[in-house]
Design a protein around this ligand. Structure first.
Ligand SMILES: NC(=O)c1ccc[n+]([C@@H]2O[C@H](COP(=O)([O-])OP(=O)(O)OC[C@H]3O[C@@H](n4cnc5c(N)ncnc54)[C@H](O)[C@@H]3O)[C@@H](O)[C@H]2O)c1
Length: 337
C-alpha cells in the first residue's frame, strides 16, 4: 500500500515519456491478451503496470503489427522507421530497443542521437563484441546510461542467492552445471551473465560440438568453464526444436539448489544423515517452490525509474553485458577452430 502511494506521488511529479523501437514479443506481444493483474514479461507490460511511464511513440516497420501495438498499449504516435521518427522532432526520457538483434547497433546509435535520459536495450546488445564495445563507448561518451535486459539481474531470488553464496549459507560451492539452448549468444549470454553475477569471473577451458538449433551464426555450444579457485562450471545444451530450457544447478557442500523453468521455480535438496546407511550423508527429498522471476520486469523498470530520477545504480549495464558477450564470442571462436 505504502509502495503504491509512493509510486502515485512520484507519478504525479514526473511521468517518463517512453519510445519503444520494435513492437514484437518482448516489446509487448508476450503480455497481449493476458489479464491486467498478471505479472508483465515485456517492456510495454511493465511500463503500463508500473504507472510512472507513458509510452508516447513506437517504431515498427510492419503496419499491421504497429497498429495492433498502438491499440493495445494506447500509444498515440507510430512510425515505420527510426529515421521517420527522427524527422518528427519528438523527444523522449527513455527509449526501449526491442527490434531484432541484427538491428540493435543502428537503433542504439539512432537512440543516442535522440538524447534520452536512459536507454533500455534488449539483449544481446549487438551481434559482435566489437559493435557492443562501440555502443557502450558511445553511451558513456554521451553520458546516457544503458540498461540491458538480462532480466535475472532484477530477480530477487538471484540477489538473495548471491548473498547466500557470499555468506556460505549453503556451505562451499563445489561445482555448477547449467542447461540452455537457442544460441550461445542469444540465450547462452543470459547464462554467462547470471554466472558472472553469482560467482564472478570465469575462464573458458574447453568447448564441445556446436548444436545448430537457432541460427547459423549463433549455435548452442556446450562449454566447460572455470571460476575463481578452479571452480568447475559446465554448460550443456538441449535442442530448441524440442523445448525451451534454461536451468542452473549449484552443487554446495550442504545440498543442491536448482533453478528451473528460467527461475519460475526453484528446487532445494539439503544434505542429511542417512537413516539407512550409518555414517553416510544423503540428499533429502526435494522441496520445489515458486520463484520470484515473474516480478523481475517490474523490478527492472523500478530500477530504471530510480536511475533516471535518483541516480540509483543500474543492476544490468552495457559493461556487464559486454563482459558476458566476450565469453560467448570466445566460446564461439574456440568451437569454430
Ligand atoms: N530478455 C529476454 O529474455 C528476451 C526475450 C525475447 C527476446 N529478446 C530479445 O528482444 C529482441 C526482439 O525479440 P522478439 O522476440 O521480440 O522478436 P520479434 O520478432 O517478436 O519482434 C521484433 C519486432 O521488431 C520489428 N522490426 C524489424 N526490423 C525493425 C527495425 N529496423 N526497427 C524497429 N523494429 C523492427 C519486427 O517487425 C518485429 O515486430 C531480440 O534482440 C531478442 O534477443 C529478449
Amino acid at each position: 500500500m505504502e509502495t503504491f502511494l509512493m509510486k502515485s506521488l512520484e507519478a504525479e511529479h514526473s511521468v517518463l515519456k517512453v519510445l519503444i523501437v520494435g513492437c514484437g514479443n518482448i516489446a509487448g506481444g508476450f503480455d497481449e491478451g493476458r489479464s491486467a493483474d498478471s505479472f508483465p514479461y515485456t517492456h510495454a507490460g511493465a511500463y503500463a503496470r508500473d504507472g510512472r511511464f507513458t509510452i508516447t511513440a513506437c517504431v515498427e516497420p510492419d503496419d499491421h503489427r504497429r497498429g495492433k501495438f498502438m491499440e493495445v498499449w494506447g500509444v498515440p504516435l507510430g512510425f515505420r522507421s527510426i529515421d521517420e521518427l527522427q524527422l518528427s522532432g519528438e523527444r523522449f526520457d527513455l527509449i526501449s530497443i526491442c527490434s531484432p538483434t541484427t538491428f540493435h547497433a543502428d537503433d542504439l546509435a539512432a537512440a543516442v542521437s535522440l538524447k534520452p535520459k536512459l536507454i533500455f536495450s534488449e539483449k544481446p546488445v549487438t551481434t559482435t563484441v566489437e559493435q557492443t564495445e562501440r555502443m557502450v563507448d558511445m553511451c558513456r561518451t554521451e553520458k546516457i546510461p544503458l540498461a540491458i535486459n538480462y532480466t535475472r539481474r532484477w530477480d530477487s531470488d538471484i540477489t538473495k542467492l548471491q548473498l547466500e553464496i557470499h555468506t556460505a549459507q549453503w556451505g562451499t560451492l563445489r561445482s555448477v552445471t547449467g542447461l540452455y539452448n537457442k544460441g550461445i549468444l542469444n540465450n547462452g549470454s543470459h547464462m554467462i551473465d547470471l554466472l558472472h553475477l553469482l560467482i564472478g569471473p570465469m575462464r573458458v577451458v574447453a568447448v564441445g560440438n556446436s548444436v545448430y538449433d537457432y541460427c547459423a551464426e549463433d549455435p548452442s555450444i556446450p562449454v566447460w568453464l572455470e571460476g575463481v579457485g578452479g571452480l568447475a562450471i559446465q554448460l550443456a545444451c538441449a535442442h530448441a526444436d524440442d523445448y525451451a530450457v534454461f536451468e542452473l544447478q549449484l552443487i554446495f557442500s550442504k545440498g543442491i539448489l536448482s533453478m528451473e523453468d528460467g527461475g519460475l521455480f526453484w528446487r532445494e535438496r539439503c544434505a542429511v544423515n542417512s537413516a539407512l546407511f550409518r555414517g553416510y550423508r544423503k540428499l533429502e527429498n526435494d522441496v520445489r517452490r515458486s520463484g520470484d522471476y515473474s516480478h523481475a520486469m517490474l523490478n527492472a523498470v523500478d530500477n530504471i525509474y530510480k536511475a533516471i530520477n535518483k541516480n540509483e545504480p543500474l543492476a544490468s549495464t552495457g559493461e556487464t553485458a559486454l563482459a558476458a558477450q566476450r565469453i560467448c564470442e570466445e566460446v564461439k571462436q574456440l568451437a569454430l577452430s
